[in-house]
Design a binder for this molecule. Structure first.
Ligand SMILES: *Cc1c(COP(=O)(O)O)cnc(C)c1O
Length: 216
C-alpha cells in the first residue's frame, strides 16, 4: 500500500474533529513529501535535530509537532517554528520553553504528558505532580507558553481492557482539569495499534506512524 492510500484509509475512519498527526520519525523527506502531496500538513517527530532538518527542507505550511521526550538544552533549536510540544513533563522544561518562546517573540502551545501506563519506562507526570505544577507560582507567571491539552501513552500490551482503562483514566483527568483557558481542548492519545480505542475513549488527536509510513 502507498503512503497516500494508507493516509486516505485512516482519514476515512477518523471523526471530523480528530486531528491526525503523521508520525514521520526515522523516515526520509521523500516519504514525508508523499504524505504532504496527499494533503497531510501535520507531522510528528521525536528527535529535535531530525525535526529541524526536515523543517529546513520542506514546505513552510507544515505544522511540526514534537512528540518525543524533550531535552531542555535542545528546546532552542525548535523554538522558532514548533507548533505543538506533546511531551512536557516538568516545570523546568516548561520554563525553558517559555524562555525560548519569548526570545522568538511567540507563544508556544504545549501538552502536559500524563503518566498512565504500567511501565516504568514511560515518561510523564502523575496526578499529584500535575496538581503541584499547575499550582506553582512559577507556572502562573509564564506568559509565552499555553497549555492546550494533555497527552498520554498506554501500556504496550494486547490487553484491550487495560488500554481502555488507561485511556479512560486520562480522559477523566482531562475533564477534571483546572486549567482555565478556552484553548484547553486537545487530548492526544492513540497510535497505530490503539487509535480507534483511543477515539472511543475521547481522544481528539491521534499520533500515527507505522500505519501510514510502514514499519521502522
Ligand atoms: C512513534 C510514536 C508514535 C507512533 O507510533 P506508531 O505505532 O508507529 O503509530 C506515537 N506517539 C509517540 C510518542 C511515538 O514516539
Amino acid at each position: 500500500m502507498s503512503i497516500q492510500s494508507n493516509l486516505q484509509n485512516i482519514k476515512s475512519t477518523l471523526p471530523e474533529l480528530v486531528t491526525l498527526v503523521a508520525v514521520s520519525k526515522t523516515k526520509p523527506v521523500s516519504d514525508l513529501m508523499e504524505a504532504y502531496n496527499a494533503g497531510q500538513r501535520v507531522f510528528g517527530e521525536n528527535k529535535i535535530q531530525e525535526m529541524v532538518d526536515k523543517w529546513e527542507q520542506m514546505p513552510k505550511d507544515i505544522e511540526w509537532h514534537m512528540i518525543g521526550h524533550v531535552q531542555t538544552n535542545k528546546v532552542k533549536f525548535m523554538a522558532p517554528f514548533v507548533s505543538l510540544i506533546h511531551g512536557v513533563d516538568s516545570l523546568k522544561l516548561l520554563e525553558e520553553i517559555d524562555k525560548q518562546a519569548l526570545k522568538n517573540n511567540r507563544i508556544i502551545d504545549c501538552l502536559l504528558q500524563i503518566y498512565i501506563a504500567e511501565e516504568e519506562s514511560k515518561f510523564g507526570l502523575d496526578e499529584e505532580e500535575l496538581t503541584t505544577l499547575l499550582a506553582s507560582p512559577t507556572f502562573k507567571e509564564m506568559k509565552n507558553i499555553r497549555i492546550v491539552g494533555l497527552m498520554g501513552m498506554a501500556t504496550f500490551t494486547d490487553n484491550q481492557n487495560q488500554i481502555k482503562k488507561e485511556f479512560t483514566h486520562l480522559k477523566s483527568i482531562f475533564d477534571q482539569s483546572t486549567i482555565h483557558n478556552s484553548q484547553f481542548t486537545i487530548l492526544s492519545m492513540g497510535m497505530s495499534g490503539d487509535y480507534q480505542l483511543a477515539i472511543s475513549c475521547g481522544s481528539t488527536m491521534v499520533r500515527i506512524g507505522s500505519s501510514i509510513f510502514g514499519g521502522r
